[in-house]
Design a protein. Sequence first.
Length: 190
Amino acid sequence: MGSDNLVGDRYAIECTLEQGEHKAWLVNRFGAHIGYFDADFSRTLSLKQAQGMTLVGILSFVAFSEQPEPGEYWGDAAVIGFNPADKAVFNRFIEGIASLIGKGTRPELDFEGAAADRICESQGSWLPSNRVPLPEKQKGMAILKRRRSFTDNLVEQGRSGNKGCYVLSWAFLLGLVALAIFGLKSCGVF
């Protein structure tokens, strides 16, 4: 949920075999394992990685479900696999996809062949026009993050060296805390 895992962030995928079960972990840019795919998809990703493909995940949304008890956080990630020889082209493509996802647009990435050729021919600038909807909301489920917020963007600007944005992000967060305290004080809680 924190600013170390933003919608539209790029993740390495680390495939492991744990107690006979495949787990494809999403590893954020700070080296933290933040979650893994289900066993079937993890096995598929393990096979792709064994074939020499480079695998990249992009966080698409984060949700919370009350079931199973006591509740769990979960999410969705777009996965892109490519031949390492096409790294420069696919890095550009991934940047475009990550930008769309960060803005709350969910491009359809279930393609092969002709679409992969378009990516290479365009040097990574082609982006798919088809969209994928968010999952249907179930009882006891809430989608917590579906795009980057203003605060997320400020934190990222601060991380990239923009000191003004870093200071502004902290001022914004402290302002929210002060507003919450003022609201609680006004209601007689304090």
